[in-house]
Design a protein around this ligand. Structure first.
Ligand code: ISE
Length: 331
């Protein structure tokens, strides 16, 4: 496939590299409003075109599939343009900052009659997460009762609000909980320390509780004042527990102490997951298959959880997750 990448910041560059590294596929074009950054991203990729207009890239005949790695607010409108052009698209999370925009993408894809959209929840391709999934699927822990996720990120998007902490960041953890339970959350309760606790950036730590259809419970720590980039999952069943391992970096012991390097960003911790995500997305697109990864419905439903969590923080009480009826298109 000939792939175009829109947005050449850190994520766009990583996706562009993984496209080029995937045998049989080519980075055909990159786009950025910053022409110099787009040109730099194209350098080293023979034959890669440089665009400063996203629509021009999407509609260019040389582009057969698109990856969107632009700021959150542009994800939905660009995904709609890809639908109009009939081109498969891998769009970074969140699908949109508002439920209305996410629902519009769902409606447009259903109306198109084609499954063209995959949303970039790359943790579903992380080996540690896949081992948790396998433990559940193979009955190693019995019936899943409780999910616990922690998401510690020392470098969030600058000046994140409480809402953005949940919509931009914790949205990953909500997707993982939905994926493992195979169900939709019914209520959300979110609380966080306030400035009275002496936290200058109060609101960048949220504790979120989700209850699910069928009785499951999820506890999520969204922590953007962390001192290392750490993402983990623990699932408790009625016959066992499965937990992702702690970081496995080498432990160096000297001067009567031991130290171990830690991750500082998702762009290092999840490189294998991002690579597998692009490889498997491209393989499906090339085979003419529907995307096997998270759909536009997943993007919408997971965003609904994040927005309900933000409402719960504001209201100081649990909030019901109100979803539109799930189209049969996403059965
Ligand atoms: C970022 O946009 C990501 O998607 C990362 O995976 C997440 O850990 C981080 O908190 C987000 O800001």
């Amino acid at each position: 496939m000939q792939v175009g990448v829109i947005g050449t910041g850190g994520m766009g560059q990583l996706h562009a590299r993984h496209v080029s590294e995937t045998a049989g596929h080519m980075l055909a074009a990159v786009m950025d409003v910053d022409a110099d950054r787009a040109a730099a991203a194209a350098a080293g990729h023979a034959g890669c075109g440089v665009f400063t207009d996203a629509l021009a890239l999407i509609n260019d005949p040389s582009v057969e599939a698109v990856i969107i790695a632009t700021p959150d607010a542009t994800h939905a409108p660009l995904a709609l343009e890809c639908l109009s052009a009939g081109k498969p698209v891998l769009v970074e999370k969140p699908l949109a900052p508002t439920l209305e925009d996410a629902a519009a993408v769902v409606a447009a894809e259903v109306a198109s009659g084609r499954h063209l959209i995959q949303v970039g929840f790359m943790r579903l391709y992380d080996p540690a997460h896949l081992e948790i999934r396998r433990a559940i699927d193979e009955g190693m822990i019995g019936n899943l009762l409780l999910f616990r996720g922690w998401h510690r990120n020392p470098f969030p998007v600058p000046q994140m609000t409480r809402r953005e902490t949940l919509v931009n960041s914790a949205v990953h953890d909500f997707m993982t909980a939905r994926w493992l339970f195979g169900a939709e959350p019914t209520t959300v309760s979110a609380v966080g320390p306030d400035a009275s606790r002496g936290l200058d950036d109060a609101g960048l730590i949220e504790a979120v509780t989700l209850t699910f259809e069928g009785g499951g419970v999820a506890l999520v720590e969204a922590n953007l004042v962390a001192f290392a980039y750490e993402v983990g999952v623990e699932v408790v069943g009625d016959t066992g527990i499965a937990t992702t391992p702690l970081p496995q970096a080498t432990i160096v012991r000297s001067n009567a102490s031991a130290c171990q390097s830690v991750d500082r960003s998702w762009k290092t911790r999840f490189v294998p997951a991002y690579k597998a995500e692009v490889e498997q997305w491209l393989a499906g697109v090339e085979a003419g298959l529907d995307p096997s990864g998270p759909s536009a419905w997943d993007g919408y439903a997971t965003l609904a959880v994040a927005i309900a969590a933000a409402q719960s923080v504001e209201d100081g009480r649990p909030v019901t997750v109100d979803l539109i009826a799930k189209p049969a298109f996403y059965a």
